[in-house]
Design a protein around this ligand. Structure first.
Ligand SMILES: Nc1ncnc2c1ncn2[C@@H]1O[C@H](COP(=O)(O)OP(=O)(O)OP(=O)(O)O)[C@@H](O)[C@H]1O
Ligand SMILES: [Zn+2]
Length: 486
């Protein structure tokens, strides 16, 4: 199989570039995850979905075991403290914070699953990486890129001659625009906090700079370093060791370019004296409401669970796969204006495809259609890939379209559109959990002539009262129906 060339738009160079991984056996991706003080809104869902498609594509191109995807959870933040104090005023602060973050993380995971997203390889929490942050800060102080003032540790932006490359801002612009009085303890108004002191009633960790807590930007520098370099460097190629600490792709929403990603780059590069933190920087556009970014601070948001579980938006509940498609119909770098009409269009399209794919039975290894992969490999051109899907669906609907049906089913599964619901609706019954996976595993075993394994799966299901019936479709491909004795 020839691997299609992957091209990605790189915010750092402002150009679409051919993607060349540092070590193709270990493709490494970091995406900034949620700050867990409130339920995620559907704007927050956009990067989760977009980078899930990237993850799936990379796994397809380089092999599922050759991609490491890290998406962090920011569980230390002043907004979390404020929420904890507001919602649980009677609890000790640490307990209140744990309540806020645990419910929010659980909801976030459930939301991501409902949207058809794979779990990232690692989902680290900031609070489990405080020692790593402190080590990075100590290095920056030792290298004279950071200083202590007024109980804070600050990054000295003037110590980095090419600060501002990602956002295209230079320090003089920043200065000219800084009408607010310079905070007296800062050498430069653009200097940012790495560590700040905590009052007794704020969460804090002991450190060489007093009891305190990390700034937001240092969290991502420390976590990407740990999970994309430190913990896996022994298995990285010699080529990767020629670019120590650097990884392939860093992603997030447009609003993170400045200051968050700019400052992550400053910290990571200056700590290690390297020329790159990540080679490719990808940013998704905003989900908007009447031309404005959906955001918590503007109050114009709909949470994912509101959309999926209540009838507040457009008078009925919307399934996660419909929101997923509604989001992907527009190229990831373009803005989206969100509306009920968009959800309706996505639902019609998706159900047409799923209907056309009905009856296909997939084995584990069945992969997506090549024309769809080719469009995705061109800077995640999902909107063009969906035109290719449309063509396959038309073929599948014609007489004798069994091969197209099979291809469509495999491609939908690859894109994260739950095939379980296709199989279940085919039989018009409520399918027990895991049955689709068991049937697929057994078909894969049959196709591989591993009859012992196939029989074992059949026997296991029989014990649960499930009988399997094998047949062949028009193309001669095996398919399996099932029956439950209640
Ligand atoms: N309206 C939006 N459209 C697309 N992406 C968004 C939108 N709002 C936030 N994001 C992205 O969601 C991710 C999670 O960000 P975070 O948890 O910091 O949300 P947030 O920025 O606090 O949200 P808000 O702006 O509503 O306060 C980031 O990658 C951010 O860029
Ligand atoms: Zn980050």
């Amino acid at each position: 199989m020839t691997t299609p060339q992957l091209t990605l738009y790189n915010t750092l160079t402002r150009a679409k570039e051919r993607f060349v991984p540092i070590d193709p056996a270990n493709v490494r991706v970091y995406v900034c995850g949620p700050t867990v003080y409130d339920f995620a809104h559907i704007g927050n869902a956009r990067p989760v979905i977009v980078f899930d498609v990237l993850f799936r594509l990379l796994r397809h191109l380089y092999g599922a075991d050759h991609v490491t995807y890290v998406r962090n959870i920011t569980d230390v933040d002043d907004k979390i403290n404020a929420r904890a104090l507001r919602d649980f005023p009677d609890l000790p602060l640490n307990e209140a914070i744990r309540k806020v973050t645990e419910t929010t993380v659980a909801q976030f995971r459930a939301d991501a699953r409902a949207l058809g997203c794979l779990e990232p390889t690692v989902e680290p929490r900031a609070t489990d990486n405080i020692a790593e942050m402190q080590a990075l800060i100590a290095t920056l102080i030792a290298n004279r890129h950071a200083y202590v003032a007024n109980g804070e540790v600050l990054f000295d932006v003037r110590s980095m001659p090419d600060y501002g490359q990602l956002s295209g801002r230079n320090l003089d612009d920043n200065l000219a625009g800084a009408r607010i009085a310079v905070e007296a303890h800062k050498k430069n108004p653009a200097d940012f906090v790495l560590w700040k002191q905590s009052a007794d009633n704020e969460p804090g960790w002991d450190s060489p700079w007093g009891r305190g807590r990390p700034g937001w930007h240092i969290e991502c520098s420390a976590m990407s370093e740990r999970y994309l370099w430190d913990e896996i460097k022994d298995r990285l190629s010699p080529a990767a060791h020629r670019h120590p600490h650097a990884f392939d792709i860093h992603g997030g929403g447009l609003d993170l370019i400045f200051p968050h990603h700019e400052n992550e780059i400053a910290q990571s590069r200056c700590a290690h004296g390297t020329s790159a933190m990540a080679n490719v920087w990808m940013h998704n556009g905003f989900l908007q409401v009447e031309g404005q970014k959906m955001s918590k601070s503007l109050g114009n948001f709909v949470t994912i669970s509101q959309l999926l579980q209540t009838e507040d938006f457009g008078g009925h509940k919307w399934p996660g796969d419909v929101l997923r498609l509604a989001m992907l119909m527009t190229h990831y770098r373009e803005p989206i204006d969100f509306s009920v009409k968009r959800l309706e269009e996505a639902e019609t399209k998706l159900r047409d495809w799923q209907r056309a794919a009905q009856g296909a039975s997939l084995a584990d290894g069945d992969g997506p259609d090549a024309s769809v992969v080719k469009e995705l490999a061109d800077d995640l051109g999902f909107h063009r890939a969906s035109v290719a899907l449309e063509v396959i669906a038309k073929k599948a609907n014609r007489d004798g379209g069994a091969a197209a049906k099979h291809c469509l089913a495999a491609t939908l599964r690859f894109l994260g559109f739950g095939l379980d619901s296709v199989l279940a609706s085919e039989q018009g019954a409520d399918e027990p959990p895991h049955l689709a996976a068991a049937i697929a595993a057994r078909l894969a075993a049959l196709n591989a002539k591993d009859f012992a394994k196939a029989d074992a799966i059949r026997a296991e299901l029989a014990e649960q009262g499930i009988t399997l019936m094998d047949s062949k479709d028009e193309t001669g491909a095996r398919q399996t129906k099932w029956e439950i004795k209640r």
